[in-house]
Design a protein around this ligand. Sequence first.
Ligand code: SF4
Length: 120
Amino acid sequence: METKEMICILCPLGCKMQVKEKQEKPGELSVRGQQCKLGVDYAYDEYRNPNRTVTSTVVIHNAPLARLPVKTDKPIPKELIFPAIEEIRKVEVNGPVQIGAVIIKNLLGTESNLIATRSL
Ligand code: SF4
């Protein structure tokens, strides 16, 4: 099994970890380089189901700024980030918009909503 290099992003220390699936116990990982147990949990999540929160902006009309900052309210699978950005690019909204307003519901069927991160 190949060793994957990962950087834990759960705190500013950013431990550089080496992660490898155990040959004798498939599904179990050998994790090295972490400075606390959270790194092990992070390695399992990243190995099995890598997710990311997407942040971006959309065009807004009738508002003091031209773009409204948005983000997903839950992380989405890493492989859907670029398709999600394509969807987000198509969106235009009209002001006023309140912080937390849902801009795209259930983005790409991920059960994550795209929400406004400020009022505008
Ligand atoms: S392993 Fe622990 S100490 Fe290292 S970056 Fe992750 S949370 Fe921080």
